[in-house]
Design a protein around this ligand. Structure first.
Ligand code: NAD
Length: 424
């Protein structure tokens, strides 16, 4: 049942969306209920209230979470989100998606996610630093290079990761680069990490286009979200010959049927005061709702959850959707997209390039030996291509869409590990 808020706007719960797909895949696999019961819920949920002194001298308390969904395949891995929308169900869903994502790309990590309920745009650099250090201190028993390894997500960047390395290193009494990934290069980061998620979206798009027989030079694409994932996906998809006809961010959408100059848009955001597309003149202004329904061949939602819903799915015109964001499509909308025969490359496959290169970063930190960008990209592209082919073959084998196929691949792997490792 869809719940509506006070203004009558439908509210979706990403945890329910995750569990519905999980149940569908579990039934197809015939997974024993006792193993399913372990994997449906998180291993550990840590909630904290962190007091932080603001620039004006007052103390504010921030709601913070770290959810570890599974450690069956290895130490848990997942980003930290700073947003006013952070809530425990969202973090639980995002943590589970990390488990499935790592399994889909064969990365030896479990899944986790963290979040702090705050609006990073309204905080000074000093306040952000104190919040990040207080969060690290609060989660010091959860984090660790062999336990749980955070990374950036919405609202966080390499700078927050640098503060976590520093705080965690002080707490543990030795330098600990491998405690987080997505770090600045000079602090043990990996070449290619910033571009990795968008690059994986491009590789997934290219693979799907080949399956659908789409010619890149006769193909148009719309990208929602113009942060790390959206802007780099748009840039790299344009580089393979596809025309990007619309982009968007929190300020709205920008449509140009002759093609958006993506490099120009990226430069515009970098130079703008509030780092948004506000005032960008390379396209006609449309709303974010209209953007999703524009005529195009490929749609890349790369902003946030619950964007493609039963309310708008029937009006989507793209033939191919490649999910850069986590959870952009609700479970109810999946069925409408399937009926319309739209191929959806699901989030746990399409945006897994980020965690793949995060794994490479962690490997390099542990080796103390750093790879060239060419090596990082070559290996990541190979991983993404193999994962796409595996999920596509699974979807054909079980006659299911690619999302359920990706869950089948992941669940099968994690459940097999769980069976071998056993329990109390
Ligand atoms: P980001 O903070 O860099 O960018 C988010 C973008 O979305 C911004 O351009 C913002 O303006 C825009 N946005 C926010 N609200 C919007 C709205 N209502 N409509 C349209 N645009 C809106 O975040 P990011 O790292 O690019 O992450 C985007 C998504 O990708 C998230 O779902 C995240 O979980 C997922 N993801 C990120 C990574 C990564 O490596 N950064 C990896 C995997 C998945």
């Amino acid at each position: 049942m869809t719940v509506v808020n006070q203004s009558g706007v439908p509210q979706y719960n990403p945890l329910e969306s995750m569990q519905r797909r999980f149940d569908e895949a579990k039934d197809i696999l015939g997974l024993d209920e006792q193993f399913a019961n372990v994997l449906r819920v998180p291993d550990k949920v840590v909630a904290a209230n962190i007091p932080v002194t603001m620039d004006d001298g007052t103390i504010r308390v921030f709601e913070a979470y770290r959810v570890v969904h599974s450690v069956h395949l290895g130490p848990s891995k997942g980003g930290i989100r700073y947003s006013l929308d952070v809530n425990v169900d969202e973090v639980k869903a995002l943590a589970a998606w990390m488990t499935w994502k790592c399994a889909v790309v064969n990365v030896p990590f479990g899944g986790a996610k963290g979040g702090i309920k705050c609006d990073p745009r309204c905080l000074s650099k000093g306040e952000l630093e104190r919040i990040t250090r207080a969060y690290t201190l609060s989660m010091r028993h959860v984090f660790g290079p062999d336990k749980d390894i955070p990374a950036p997500d919405m609202g966080t960047s390499a700078q927050e990761m640098a503060w976590i390395v520093d705080e965690f290193s002080k707490i543990s009494g030795h330098n600990s680069y491998a405690v987080v990934t997505g770090k600045p290069l000079i602090l043990g980061g990996s070449l290619g990490r910033v571009e990795a998620t968008g690059r994986g979206v491009m590789v997934s798009t290219r693979s799907a286009m080949a399956k659908l027989g789409m010619n890149p030079t006769k193909t148009t694409c719309v990208v929602q979200g113009f942060g790390n994932v959206g802007s780099i996906s748009a840039k790299l998809i344009a580089q393979i010959g596809v025309k990007i006809v619309a982009i968007s961010d929190v300020t709205g959408g920008y449509f140009n049927e002759d093609g958006i100059d993506v490099e120009k848009a990226i430069a515009y955001v970098e130079q703008s005061e509030n780092k948004t597309l506000e005032g960008f003149e390379g396209g006609v202004k449309v709303s974010n709702e209209e953007l999703l329904e524009l005529p195009c061949d490929i749609l890349v939602p790369a902003a946030m959850e619950d964007q493609i819903t039963p309310e708008n799915a029937s009006r989507i015109k793209a033939k191919l959707i490649v999910e850069g964001a986590n959870g952009p499509t609700t479970a109810e909308a999946d069925h409408i997209l399937n009926e319309k025969k739209i191929l959806v490359v699901p989030d746990i496959l399409a945006n897994a390039g980020g965690v793949t290169v995060s794994y490479f970063e962690w490997v390099q930190n542990r080796l103390g030996y750093y790879w060239t960008e060419e090596r990082v990209n070559r290996r990541a592209d190979r991983v993404m291509k193999q994962a796409f082919d595996n999920v596509y073959a699974t979807s054909e084998k079980y006659s299911v869409d690619m999302r359920i196929a990706a869950y089948i691949v992941a669940l099968d792997k994690v459940a097999s590990t769980l069976k071998l490792r056993g329990s109390f």
